[in-house]
Design a protein around this ligand. Sequence first.
Ligand code: PMP
Length: 426
Amino acid sequence: KGSNATLMARRQNALPRGVSQSHSVFISHAHNSEIWDVEGRRHIDFAGGIAVLNTGHSHPEITAAVQRQIENFSHTCFQVVAYESYVELAEKLNAMAPGSAVKKTMLLSTGAEAVENAVKIARAHTRRPGIIAFGGSFHGRTNLTMGLTGKVAPYKLGFGPFPGEIYHALYPNALHGVSVEAALDSVRALFKYDIEPERVAAFILEPVQGEGGFYPAPAEFVAGLKAIADAHGILLIADEVQTGAGRTGTWYASEQWPVVPDLITTAKSLAGGYPLAAVTGRADIMDAPAPGGLGGTYAGSPVAVAAALAVLKVFEQEQLLERARKVGERLRVGLRDMAARHPAIVDVRGPGAMVAFELGQGGDVKRPDADAAKRIVAEAAARGLILLSCGTYGNVIRILVPLTVPMAVLDEGLALLADSVAAALA
Ligand code: PMP
């Protein structure tokens, strides 16, 4: 057993530097929204394992469900020997998906795999190759999803060539002068400059860009995109890997859209800390790939599926959708209060509990202040608060605290955040 520092030194020697580290502590154990490190120090977790822990660390119901499952069996490969829990979870996710069309669901292990499979399914259904994604997006670290991702550093640096037939349009961002109309025009421009709409299989977008900076897609944009999609037989994929599983106050953020996506990807908090991902969508589209075309050895692991079914139960029992809205409101009030005292905080935003604030030098939106974000994260770490930054310019602090956080712990975290902001912006 070592200290944080000795473990970190071993980590540096044993792991490639590409696997980065936002905090310099090693965990000993955790409960709900609190983590204890190997030196016995307590930390409040406002990162939630990057949006994975909407139900908190080691929720007893989820842990018990996993324990029951591993005592029965841990793996068969679903395509070899089936188990009811996979079907039950698919039925539940189908029922929760927006829109009245009949749905189907397939399971995978990671968000990137879900996105890859959504693209495979969209291409098989439309028999078209093209995919239009958006600047500032994040869709994963595999070759296809790196290609879809709209951010060069650090995700794409040195990793090309990327797959063909992927194009990027502008994501609307009123704060930074990209209007809905300009974003829709940039889609139309792609049809002139790069690819005819008849060869485009799908648009893929995040309802709220996660890694890109917690920018929500305005309803008018999604409606406009859907109109373009319908005019040309193009599908709409909602990448809800970060927004899904209740983070925004509804199970899917796209439930708040004025239109219905054809395919939805989820992962992260879906199984409350176990690797599980899903593609859910219109049955006729989902059935396009031929038998054997979809799957994976671990896809829909019975252990992760047991966790996901328990997550759904916990959401119901603890009314976590309602709680997401409450936690989010508390965060926004606290952050707006900080913004009133610190002009460098140029925006506070986000639906439900997907909340963030943005930093600009001297209060100027056009001068993104990544250094201030770094200082705030460091000041928070020193006070025992685990924070994450994000954004194309690294100047956004995002909060992904468990929805199960006790209000007293949430307030304690907010107070630590206020102190950290004051110290960092002094
Ligand atoms: N899509 C989105 C919107 C994400 O936020 C992420 C992860 N941050 C991914 C895809 C990739 O998920 P994973 O890391 O599980 O592959």
